[in-house]
Every structure is written in C-alpha cells, then in structure tokens.
Design a protein around this ligand. Structure first.
Ligand SMILES: NC(=O)c1ccc[n+]([C@@H]2O[C@H](COP(=O)([O-])OP(=O)(O)OC[C@H]3O[C@@H](n4cnc5c(N)ncnc54)[C@H](O)[C@@H]3O)[C@@H](O)[C@H]2O)c1
Ligand SMILES: [Zn+2]
Length: 259
C-alpha cells in the first residue's frame, strides 16, 4: 500500500492522475483503496484478470485492505471510472481459480436471474468458449450492478449479494485455521448449499430445486468435510460480528422461489 502511495507521490501524481489497476481481486481492492485515499481521491480504472475479479471484486466500488488480522477492516466505497473486462486474460487462469469465480456467477443467477443460472448450468467448463464467456460475464456483472446501483453503500438490498457468504465465510476461516485453506468461491459454494437447505426449511424453497442445485454444486466443487465436532467452532465464526454476538444473532439470507 505504502509503495503505491510513495510511487504516486514521487512521480508527480496529482489530483488529475489516473491509476490503472491490472490484476486479480486482491490487486484491485488494494490499488483501488490507494487511489481513493491519495490526495483525497484520484480516479482509477480496473482491468480485472481473474474470473472472480471480473464478475465481482472489481465491480461495485468496494475497496479495502486487511488490518489487525481482520479482512477488509479498512476501506472505502468508490466506483472506478471504468472496468475493462477481457476474457483473454482468463486463458492462463487455473481451474481452481476459474471455478472459484464461477461460484459468484452462480450466486448472481440464484438471487436474481434464472436465465443466467440456466446458461451457467449449460456452460462447458472443461472446454471454455471464451467469446461466449464474455457475454455470460456481462450478464453476471449486470446482476451485481443492479444491486449496487440501487443500494451503493449496502444498507438494504445489496445485502442479497451476501447469499452463501455467512456460512461460506465460516467454512473459509475454519479451513484456514485447520491449515487446509480453500478458495473463497469454493467456500461460497458450500455456504450456498447450507443456506439453500435453510431456505427449504424456512422459506419453502422447492426441495426438488435444492437437490438439483446441490448435486450440481457438489459435482463442481467436491465435498467440504465437517463433523458434529466442528459445529461449535463454525457457530463461533458466524457470530464474529460484535453487535450480533452480543444479541446472540447471526444474519443469514434465504432464498424464496415462486413456483
Ligand atoms: N471489493 C469487492 O467487492 C470484492 C469482492 C469479492 C472479492 N474481493 C477480494 O478479491 C480477492 C480475491 O480475488 P482473486 O480471486 O482475483 O484473487 P487474487 O487477486 O489473489 O488472484 C489469484 C491468483 O491469480 C493470479 N492471477 C491474476 N490474474 C491472472 C491471470 N490472468 N492468469 C494467471 N494468474 C493470474 C494472481 O497473481 C494470484 O496468484 C480477495 O482479496 C477478496 O477479498 C473483493
Ligand atoms: Zn464472495
């Protein structure tokens, strides 16, 4: 972070400078934060190079860095002046990183766009058509943009984008604690299975669709093994938010599909 500020400062960066951020989500989060704080904020442009950053991290104006052991503890809300998405970058991405980003696309389909979900189900991951992918990414980004445009600072409906993430983050942190880290999108996929199950219980989400979706997700992401002995630790991780912990609450997002 300091290196970016130092570079801008030493090379005559001023309030009219433009920072071009080319890289994965980690890079666009970090450099976006550097841009929004340098000289009280300069323009920046994102060129995301991983699937996860193309469909999620580089869009929506959240920037941030980890601090004091907490993820995204310091950050800002500011949209880049543009996001340039080119699927040619994805030709060098490994399968794990690819399907990690794919999980966020599935989430977008699930929460808002059934046609997008259907298109993802038909998408051949083993033999990627990058031109077709460019169009599918556009559809996915449109879903994120809809929620961002209607609730830029996540006061209400943007929270739908957290579907699968409350339980998913707990899985992600738990796997990290066990020294068996899993990628974010894998954790989200397992979190979506768990939250879909709760949606069946709490919101009458159709059981048939739940089973169907679960089988597909398990085929793509494999299984995340946990036992009853892990429940207490997972619950603790889900209540890490101080306010929620005090009240003994966990915030979860359920899905309701009209038949
Ligand atoms: N701001 C947001 O709204 C938001 C949303 C989701 C995730 N995020 C953040 O995004 C980050 C994860 O993003 P990510 O999955 O892109 O991870 P990443 O940025 O760590 O990139 C993953 C790996 O891919 C490599 N890489 C990047 N582009 C490549 C390419 N074209 N070919 C080959 N390798 C390439 C990187 O060097 C890295 O090793 C996390 O830090 C997360 O917090 C932010
Ligand atoms: Zn996510």
């Amino acid at each position: 972070m300091q290196k970016i500020w130092a570079f801008l400062s030493e090379n005559g960066g001023d309030r009219k400078s433009l920072l071009i951020n080319i890289g994965g989500g980690m890079l666009t989060d970090l450099a976006g934060f550097a841009a929004t704080t340098f000289k009280r904020g300069i323009d920046f442009l994102n060129v995301p190079t991983t699937l996860l950053s193309q469909v999620d991290a580089s869009v929506g104006g959240k920037t941030g860095i980890n601090f004091g052991g907490f993820k995204n503890e310091i950050g800002t809300f500011k949209e880049p002046i543009a996001v340039i998405i080119n699927t040619d970058f994805l030709k060098t991405i490994d399968r794990e990183n690819f399907i990690s980003g794919f999980a966020e696309m599935i989430k977008h389909g699930l929460i808002f766009n059934p046609e997008h979900l259907e298109e993802l189900r038909k998408f051949d991951i083993e033999n990627i058509d990058y031109d077709h992918l460019q169009k599918v990414i556009r559809d996915s980004v449109n879903v994120k943009e809809y929620f961002v445009a209607n609730d830029p600072t996540e006061k209400n409906i943007r929270k739908a984008l957290n579907f699968g993430h409350t339980i998913g983050h707990a899985f992600e942190s738990y796997a990290m604690q066990q020294n068996k880290p899993i990628q974010h999108g894998f954790a989200v996929a397992y979190g979506m299975i768990a939250e879909l199950f709760l949606s069946v219980k709490e919101c009458n989400f159709p059981l048939y669709d739940f089973e169907n979706l679960t089988n597909w997700l398990l085929k793509l992401y494999g299984k995340f093994e946990i036992s009853e002995n892990d429940f207490a630790s997972l619950l603790e991780l889900m209540t890490h938010d101080k306010k929620m912990k005090k009240a003994g609450l966990i915030s979860l997002y359920f899905l309701k599909w009209e038949n």
